[in-house]
Design a binder for this molecule. Structure first.
Ligand SMILES: Nc1ncnc2c1ncn2[C@@H]1O[C@H](COP(=O)(O)OP(=O)(O)OP(=O)(O)O)[C@@H](O)[C@H]1O
Ligand SMILES: [Mg+2]
Length: 365
């Protein structure tokens, strides 16, 4: 969908040292104009550092950062077409909402009436119409982040940088703001770069995600590819739950790999399902909890089926998680099932059939 869009941000082999510490280790990536892009990774992997190199708050040790085709090496932060929203509510509590939002327009040559109109529009955009006169300290956390957003957007940056802007909000408010941020980004069409360590947030919001570990991008892809076809066990583990079973590679041809795994037996995978270079040992197959299905009494299998024993049941109302041990395997795997009215939740120790499909498996070698 966004493939034809021009590049807005480009990292060319970016390295960053803090003294001896190698915080960014050769980042090469492009972010497209109008894209909602996320940097996702565990604490300390370099997300904020990378974001700050875009804004110019952080110098780089080698490589280049380009914005809209222009090398930013000698462009100071205040001359870059970017704006940043931080995790903590960096608004001025002693000013009113409209004074906060209009803060960046102080030196703007527009008339007071035009500025007031711009402020009103920005407030409407973030769902704070009518709040202009309110004191900023008299706002909820979510409302303060909206003020911070409006204040950044009013300057019409080409790129909006967001460093964990929602992490201080409670779950309900965070989910609501996620949806609003997506809507807002579509509306204004500005390139958004979001830093988050919350994989669910990244999956929900992003056109594409760069998963980072220890100063490197481990995989850069759209949410579905990251979820369905993670390149490594590490990426798979970081994004949602993935089950692993040990596997043996029986044969390998150009586009088909013959595999055997306890619990599943023999099956064939195509090259797109096989990650990493062949090492000849230590392979495993991975699969998400929803790609296996418990077959209840009388149900026909969809593709293949195995026998299993239920070892643990976790009931969530709409879903039930079953930890089942496939016959012939050592450790249980997790299966998520949507609960259907009138169908019983299985008890521990129940023997059950489990349906699966080779198409839902990924091989890590
Ligand atoms: N000014 C600094 N001086 C020295 N080391 C730093 C500095 N800023 C960051 N670091 C180190 O660089 C690494 C990356 O930090 P960064 O803030 O980019 O991580 P992060 O991915 O944003 O983590 P978090 O999710 O905790 O915010 C960390 O190990 C951190 O300790
Ligand atoms: Mg950070």
């Amino acid at each position: 969908m966004t493939t034809t869009k021009p590049t807005m941000i480009e990292f060319r082999d970016v390295h960053k040292y803090y003294g001896d510490y190698h915080a960014l280790r050769g980042i090469t990536a492009s972010i497209r104009a109008g894209e909602f892009f996320s940097l996702l990774g565990p604490s300390g992997c370099g997300k904020t550092t990378l974001l700050r190199t875009i804004a110019g708050f952080e110098g780089i040790s080698s490589g280049a950062v380009l914005l809209d085709g222009k090398d930013m090496s000698n462009v100071p932060a205040n001359k870059r077409p970017t704006n940043m929203v931080f995790q903590s509510y960096a608004i001025f509590p002693h000013l009113s909402v409209e004074e906060n939002v209009g803060f960046g327009l102080r030196r703007d040559s527009r008339s007071a009436a035009d500025k007031a109109k711009a402020v009103a529009e920005a407030l409407e955009m973030v769902g704070l119409k009518g709040y202009g006169k309110r004191a900023a300290h008299a706002l909820s956390g979510g409302q303060r982040q909206r003020v911070a957003l409006a204040r950044a957007l009013i300057l019409k940056p080409k790129v909006l940088l967001l460093d964990e802007p929602l992490s201080a909000l409670d779950k309900k408010m965070r989910e609501q703001m996620q949806v609003e941020l997506i809507r807002l980004q579509r509306q204004v069409g500005i390139t958004f770069v979001l830093v988050t360590h919350d994989q669910e947030e990244a999956l929900v919001m992003s056109d594409r995600i760069a998963v980072m570990f220890e100063g490197e991008i481990a995989q850069l892809a759209d949410p579905e590819t990251l979820y369905r076809r993670p390149h490594s066990r590490k990426v798979a583990d970081f994004i949602g739950t993935m089950n692993f079973l040990p596997a043996k590679i029986l044969s390998e041809a150009a586009n088909v790999v013959e595999v055997e795994a306890p619990g599943f037996g023999r099956f064939a995978l195509d090259a797109g399902q096989c990650m990493g270079a062949a090492t000849g040992q230590g392979a495993s197959v991975g699969f998400r909890p929803e790609t296996l299905t418990i077959l209840f009494e009388g149900q026909q299998p969809t593709d293949r089926e195995s026998m299993a024993t239920v070892e643990e049941v976790v009931y969530y109302g709409d879903m039930t998680y079953y930890d089942v041990r496939l016959d012939g395997t050592e450790a249980p795997v997790r299966i998520s099932m949507r609960n259907v009215f009138g169908r019983p939740v299985l008890d521990i120790k129940t023997r059950t059939r489990v349906a699966w499909s080779p198409g839902a498996l990924v091989l890590f070698r």
